[in-house]
Design a protein around this ligand. Structure first.
Ligand SMILES: Cc1cc2nc3c(=O)[nH]c(=O)nc-3n(C[C@H](O)[C@H](O)[C@H](O)COP(=O)(O)O)c2cc1C
Length: 354
């Protein structure tokens, strides 16, 4: 029996297996609207046997995007173009979620393959907003600190975006609280030096995320899972830590978060991250077993036996994979075969089985 290829039910949704596609920005949207590229990108995973696909970081407001070509879900046109993508995933028996995001001080970029990193206002760029007026460094400008009323509006925007995502047919919502983007900027004392109720103590730095969680939960059905991606550690002295992540997971569980998708880093490009196979799995292990919440592990998981061991040993309930899925979008079909597990192949591909 394979643990990786056993189903997982979270609230009213059952993922057929625990080999999942991690969210990946494609910088291929126009005015936040998905394009043919997204049909093919998501479609390739949908035909590849993954139990769940989480669509890329999707801006809840225009200035919440990472780049001018990132997806958005602040209007109905954007929602409507996501519907056929969701429908195709469902027709292949794959569940599909969407990652709701705000880039904060790391926004207003051009796609990474552009000649210059940042978009000018003429190119559709914007003034970046953050908890505090501290630049990420390098190419990034100094952001403007959000006012309390702007923070309140953003909390509502996350809820509205979640409501739109459900109406597009998504099976679940993931809040993007990782990688040095806006929510993580509030969590980390390195990027948040506010002196009001959104900065300072653990309770204050986590308030923005707690309020977003409540806002999203209030806008999605009880039967729908709510995932949260966090960076479990900044890997920096004086930064956000694994101990705080465990505490946060316990609190958010009570507010309706069902699964923590455990990543790390992103607050500073200079952080000494010990990148290597499965390097973030120990964080997932601790959060799962100390906060008693479902987790997904992510980061340099590329091999079927490695993924199987992570789930079988109880270090995570599922694995999320990004770059390996880009290289081989039908990775789960091959992994299931190697592990002697059953996974449904699309009928059109059956002749490729042997
Ligand atoms: C092209 C690309 C785009 C990404 N975009 C996102 C994103 O939208 N949201 C997110 O949380 N992580 C994003 N990531 C990070 C991945 O989801 C994943 O956490 C990371 O790549 C580590 O997993 P891997 O070793 O399997 O690639 C992206 C990674 C890649 C390679």
């Amino acid at each position: 029996m394979s643990y990786l290829f056993s189903p997982l039910t979270v609230r009213g949704i059952t993922m057929q297996n625990r080999a999942w596609v991690s969210p990946m920005c494609q910088y291929s949207a126009h005015e936040g609207v998905a394009t043919n590229w997204h049909d093919v990108h998501i479609g390739s995973f949908a035909t590849g046997g993954a139990g769940l696909i989480v669509m890329e970081a999707t801006g809840v407001v225009p200035e919440g995007r990472i780049s001018t070509q990132c997806l958005g879900i602040w209007n109905e046109k954007q929602r409507d173009r996501l519907i056929p993508i969701v429908e195709f995933a469902h027709s292949m028996g794959t569940k599909i979620g969407i990652q709701l995001a705000h880039a904060g001080r790391k926004g207003s970029c051009l796609p990474p393959w552009s000649e210059r990193p940042m978009a000018t206002l003429q190119e559709g760029g914007w003034e970046c907003l953050a908890p505090s007026a501290i630049s990420f460094g390098g190419k990034y400008p100094t952001p403007r600190a959000l006012t309390i009323s702007e923070i309140d509006k953003l909390i509502i925007s996350f809820g509205n975006a979640a409501k739109r995502a459900i109406s597009a047919g998504f099976d679940l919502v993931e809040i993007h609280g990782a990688h040095g983007y806006l929510i993580h900027q509030f969590l980390s004392p390195i990027s948040n030096i506010r002196t009001d109720e959104f900065g300072g103590s653990f309770e204050n730095r986590t308030r923005f995320l707690r309020e977003i969680t409540k806002s999203v939960r209030a806008n999605i059905p009880d039967s729908m899972p709510l995932f949260l991606r966090i960076s479990a550690s900044d890997w920096l002295e004086g930064g956000w830590s694994i101990e705080e992540s465990i505490l946060l997971a316990k609190e958010l569980k009570d507010l309706g978060v069902d699964l923590v998708d455990v990543s790390s880093g992103g607050t500073s490009s200079g952080a000494p991250v010990p990148v290597g196979p499965g390097y973030q799995v120990p964080f997932s292990d601790r959060i799962k077993n100390e906060a008693k919440i479902l987790t997904a592990a992510v980061g340099l998981i590329t091999d079927a036996l490695q993924a199987e061991e992570i789930v079988a040993s109880g270090k995570a309930d599922a694995v999320m994979m990004a770059r390996e899925m880009l290289r081989n979008p039908r990775w789960p079909l091959a992994a299931a075969k190697l592990l002697g597990a059953e996974v449904a192949w699309p009928l059109q591909l059956l002749r490729g089985q042997n």
